[in-house]
Design a binder for this molecule. Structure first.
Ligand code: PHE
Length: 440
């Protein structure tokens, strides 16, 4: 989870819409079944049936799936690392946030941004949630690929479930560890020197991206350099072949300063691909208290986290993030494990939009993510995007009126106007039941 950039976009502090939760509580059964286990619900519960249905799917381990091939490609670049891909998505807020030094009031903790089974259990919002656990098992070089969950708006590049690969390396904080890093840096630098890559860099350390008090700046420099060299060479491995990088037309990679609660210095990496800078990953030198939490205080190192869908969308030319979830043989049969091929769109069926316009009860607000989850519960992947097209507060009564435009389009078949109408009628009825709105 990031504090800058657009991957983690809903960053504004927001209050919990108490009326919403009260309404949900009134209707909610006191148990919810997740991955075959029953859990008690409470005032924090907001996990929806659509989300629960995604948990067993693990697209990143389905043979031939583009996300599985991309995982394999990343793993093949780090052959000496331990490769993990089957950790449960259920974590405690303590693992997801506290062990990584997130402040108590971080907006990512709110029920509008994250999915909770109850106050003590949530769906991981990032693979970093497992850092302490994996380091604690004694792993020093590892990759972990997994599904992660964030409440979000609906459009062609956002989906409440996506996949990340976390990578990390730690070494002993002494001359032996530093020698290992120095030798590796020489090897990587020699390899990059012979490659068609152009790197726009930022200093390893600066006043805005400082060394940690617990670290010797010389050690941090070496670790940050190892991080940069390792990731620049991963970028070459993933992209150079695809852009046909040459000495005249090298692969362009740029480094930007960033902020994450559990790394400093921290960075983001972008790659120039088909005319655009693409955000690829966040990374940094691991904050020492994180390693202390894992009982490996005598080590230091780096970690990165990279979003798979974004990269797969450009490598395979997949135009809509919903396609990753398609069971349509016209999608799935196009791919072979280990091969990156250009997706051939089979058809774009007509879209059908419907507007939903309503008054909220006095004093009540409705978060866009709550509206989007409601629409997904009704229409699943038949909803292509949702846009707020009008937001009005009556000057006298202070009541709020909202109008959303919902674009219905199936990726697999033609949707009739009657079907869209009946989905929309269901959305309206849920809205009335859950939020007591008055349809305009
Ligand atoms: N977890 C961060 C994200 O989801 C990425 C990250 C991983 C950053 C590891 C620093 C270190 O955006």
């Amino acid at each position: 989870m990031r504090l800058s950039g657009s991957l983690w976009r809903n960053i504004h502090a927001r209050g919990v819409p108490s009326r919403y939760l009260a309404n949900m509580a009134a209707q909610r059964p006191c148990h919810v079944t997740v991955l075959g286990e029953q859990y008690l619900t409470d005032h924090m519960t907001n996990i929806s049936p659509t989300i629960v249905s995604k948990l067993p799917l693990k697209l990143h381990t389905q043979p031939s799936h583009p996300l599985s091939t991309l995982r394999g490609l990343i793993e093949s670049h780090f052959p000496s690392y331990t490769h993990l891909s089957s950790l449960s998505p259920l974590v405690t807020p303590y693992q997801n946030f506290d062990l990584l030094s997130f402040p108590k009031d971080h907006p990512g903790r709110s029920v509008t941004d994250s999915y909770y089974v109850n106050k003590d259990l949530m769906l991981r919002t990032h693979t970093s949630a497992h850092e302490v656990e994996v380091f604690g098992r004694g792993e020093t070089k590892w990759l972990l690929t997994a599904d992660v969950y964030r409440r979000d708006e609906i459009d062609g590049s956002h989906y409440p479930v996506f996949h990340q690969t976390e990578g990390a390396r730690i070494v002993s904080a002494n001359s032996t560890g530093m020698k290992e890093i120095e030798e590796d840096n020489e090897r990587l630098a020699a390899h990059l020197e012979q490659s068609s890559i152009e790197i726009e860099d930022v200093p390893h350390l600066s006043s805005t991206n400082p060394c940690q008090p617990a670290h010797d700046p010389k050690h941090t420099e070496l670790i940050a350099k190892n991080l940069k060299l390792s990731l620049n060479s991963l970028m070459l491995h993933l992209f150079a072949g695809r852009v046909g990088a040459t000495a005249q037309n090298p692969l362009k990679v740029r480094w930007i300063e960033a902020t994450f609660p559990w790394t400093t210095p921290s960075f983001e990496v972008e790659v120039f691909f088909r005319g655009k800078w693409l955000e690829i990953l966040g990374c940094g030198v691991i904050y020492q208290p994180t390693l202390d939490n894992a009982n490996v205080s005598n080590k230091l190192g780096w970690a990165f986290g990279l979003g798979l869908e974004r990269i797969a969308m450009v490598l395979y030319s997949i135009p809509d993030i919903r396609l990753f979830w398609s069971q349509d043989p016209r999608f799935l049969s196009q791919f072979k494990q280990g091969e990156i091929t250009t997706f051939k769109p089979y058809s774009k069926y007509p879209a059908c939009f419907k507007d939903v316009s309503f008054w909220l009860p006095e004093g009540q607000t409705l978060h866009e993510n709550d509206f989007c989850d409601l629409v997904r519960d009704v229409a699943g992947d038949v909803v292509e995007d949702v846009k707020l097209i009008d937001d009005f507060t009556h000057p006298k009564t202070n009541r709020k009126s909202l109008c959303y435009r919902i674009n219905y389009r199936s990726m697999d078949r033609s949707l009739s106007n009657d079907e869209a109408n009946s989905l929309n009628a269901q959305v309206v009825s849920y809205l009335r039941d859950r939020f007591r709105v008055e349809i305009r």
